[in-house]
Design a protein around this ligand. Sequence first.
Ligand code: ATP
Ligand code: LTN
Length: 350
Amino acid sequence: MAHRRALRNERWIDMEETEKKEKKIILSGIQPTGIFTLGNYIGAVKNWKKMQDEYNCAYFIADLHSLTIRQDPAALRKQSLNAFALLLACGIDPEKSLIFIQSHVQTHAELCWVLSCCSQFGELSRMTQFKDKSAKHADNVNAGLFTYPALMAADILLYQADLVPVGIDQKQHLEFTRDIATRFNNVYGNTFKLPEPFIPKAGAKVASLQDPTKKMSKSDENANASIFILDEPNVIINKFKRAVTDSEKEVCFREGKDGINNLMTIYSAVTGKTMEQIELEFAGRGYGDFKLAVGEAVAEELRPIREDFKRYSEDKAYLEQVYRKGAQTAAAISARTMAKVKKKVGLLAL
Ligand code: ATP
Ligand code: LTN
């Protein structure tokens, strides 16, 4: 099988070597809370793929983060494996990048504890994701939901990441990560590199197709609101046909036209066309034509992902081989930062 190539993570094995070559380190994660949406793809995963040749990249499935919302255990196991197969199908290549599952690497939870002890109640209370998710799941406002950003900071700082490619909704968590890293470095001496967010110009916030003031989300209850990257072409086209727009006729990017702005952003991210080119292309044509074109372009972009996903998800032995190898490499790299941290804060060495 074409994807059964040797699994090499050498690029990652010797981080000192990596640093000497001055290749920047990229790290990002995604929760296994469902099939990825077009928002996850345009806002994050598509860029992860592009960055693999230029940088040393590490990508992981944030399964520990997903426990902050109650999950069905059997479903979560399945979703984590599917999410892993989806990463491969989206073009994340284990020969180029380190790919792993967060809970397989114990240093994440370990550093999270130390960083939780450096996080202030006030700053965690100000996180908009915490406020949104605790309002949405009012019956389960657990401590993990509150300290979620400390785990995310641990994920990033363990690998001394330079850049973190995420959608705009994660920007505040990145700022928190930088604050915590700065605070730790000031108290204990230089330990962590300060990471920068990498937020795409187009598509940092893909909106829901049913309520364009909201972000498109994996866990939206309305299936018409999100395009899932495994949706069949006819489903994609129909969802775009039903997308909420406005009562005008002109395809143009303007304040107040949230629905059309969102469709133009999606079309631009997928085709590479500028907003001006899109306006020209659809001048004098109605929304119907435009929605169909967006649907067709998205269906075409996602076609290879759907096909590759089928192949990968049927090969469980290969998936296991990749995530085992990834966990070993990630454990070896992150152990270095963890050992430094333990020493600096005064934990007795074994
Ligand atoms: P959930 O619905 O479970 O909260 P989610 O769809 O928001 O999940 P995450 O796993 O939290 O997805 O996010 C993975 C990555 O995708 C993050 O970098 C996030 O910023 C990005 N992302 C999520 N939704 C969008 C969106 N609508 N537009 C752009 N980027 C997004
Ligand atoms: N919180 C992120 C997922 C995530 C992440 C990370 C992203 C967990 N750890 C580290 C970047 C870096 C989200 O998308 N909700």
